[in-house]
Design a protein around this ligand. Structure first.
Ligand code: NAD
Length: 367
């Protein structure tokens, strides 16, 4: 059987720096765990624009559609700020998400023990936290028509439309139930059914889908109450599923419970391909961090944890994903910190490369 295929798109700014550390991890799994990938690499974002005059070449798009998973670093930078909207680096990323039809965005909020002091919340509220937010990514108010700014009488009116079809809700709900089945079998669906018809439909469809998953304990919460509960006692949740707009806000809120942007991975999943694997794009939540690019200061952990998500959700290697997450936990427990994680006085930051090497060393120790 051929190896699973992985397309790596390092992108701009710190993207290539953090991706170089992921490549060490990928090589380790090949050499020591017999987990080999057919890896290809290509351009996305500003670097693609520099070469092709577009932030994503058609050939790269075609490749992304064929592979088992795409792993992306970050795109963008001040050099490209004045480009026309249609060729801005971010358009490359948006094209990938759109054409791969990645409707389920998975954002874990996991608190590593050694970083519990980093949260703005009390340590006992976040220590051991491990929740997953599933955000619908391809529909809702960011895409609904009509939209625009119109003249109405003697003033202007700005319009956006929240629109969800039953099938759009059904597929993201199923993705969330499937995840809950692999975790602690608890799913909380968040909407505003008290004031929005789309919320009423959301609740009805999620409830209906839930009948196919009797082992999952389903609850519903209004999204505003959900925001309060997330800050009050986040550990009450396991998986949360919500729409595009509420998911945008709630996933950022949940992410910050756990500390630095340099620690946050994500996955965007689409429909299953012929081989049963979902279309998938894995990427850190952070951007290209031009303020620290090229200085060896970037934290590679968000990108490394994104690869751990790929192991778990695309390659059926949950145990190896846990091994990698354990290695990250272990280096943090040893006190290693990149500059973004510094809080304690007297701690000297390690570089991007040193952090990557330390994680590989912990993987080695795990054998
Ligand atoms: P950013 O995430 O790049 O950086 C925000 C802050 O966090 C910066 O101070 C940065 O130094 C720090 N930071 C981010 N990642 C870090 C890491 N791994 N290690 C250590 N520190 C880290 O967001 P921004 O500054 O708003 O945007 C910079 C560029 O990135 C812009 O061009 C923006 O459009 C782009 N962007 C891209 C993505 C993406 O590729 N998915 C996401 C957000 C922003």
């Amino acid at each position: 059987m051929s190896n699973p295929s992985l397309l790596i798109l390092p992108g701009d700014g710190i993207g290539p720096e953090v991706m170089a550390e992921v490549s060490k991890v990928i090589d380790w799994f090949g050499a020591k765990r017999d987990l080999n990938f057919d890896v290809s690499e290509d351009l996305v974002g500003g670097c693609a624009y520099d070469k092709h005059g577009a932030p994503l070449h058609d050939d790269t798009m075609a490749k992304a559609q064929e592979v088992d998973a795409v792993l992306l670093g970050a795109v963008g930078g001040p050099k490209y700020d004045d480009l026309d909207f249609s060729v801005k680096p971010e358009r490359g990323l948006l094209r990938l998400r759109k054409e791969m039809d990645l409707f389920a965005n998975l954002r874990p909020a996991q608190c590593f023990d050694a970083l519990a002091d980093f949260s703005s919340l009390k340590k006992d509220v976040v220590a051991g936290l491990d929740i997953m937010i599933v955000r619908e990514l391809t529909s809702g108010v960011y895409f609904g028509e009509p939209r625009g700014i119109f003249e109405e009488g003697n003033e202007r009116v700005g319009i956006n439309t929240q629109r969800y079809t039953e099938s759009e809700i059904d597929r993201v709900a199923r993705a969330a139930f499937e995840l809950a089945m692999k975790r602690n079998r608890k799913l909380c669906s968040m909407e505003k059914a008290n004031v929005m018809e789309s919320g009423i439909l959301w609740r009805e469809v999620v409830t209906e889908v839930g009948k196919d998953y009797p082992d999952v304990e389903l609850s519903h919460m209004y999204a505003d109450a959900g925001a309060m509960q997330l800050t009050r006692w986040p550990k009450q949740f396991d998986v949360i599923v919500t729409d595009n707009l509420f998911g945008d806000l709630l996933s950022d809120l949940a992410a910050m419970l756990t500390g630095s942007l340099g620690m946050l991975p994500s996955a965007s999943l689409g429909a299953p391909m012929e081989n049963g694997r979902p279309k998938a794009l894995y990427e850190p939540v952070h951007g290209s961090a031009p303020d620290i690019a090229g200085q060896g200061k970037a934290n590679p952990i968000a990108c490394i944890l994104s690869f751990a998500m790929a192991l778990r959700y695309s390659f059926g290697a949950g145990e190896e994903a846990a091994r990698l997450e354990q290695a990250v936990n272990a280096v943090l427990a040893d006190g290693l910190r990149t500059a973004d994680l510094l809080g304690e006085e007297g701690v000297k930051p390690v570089s991007t490369t040193e952090m990557g090497d330390a994680i590989v060393a912990k993987l080695e120790e795990s054998l």
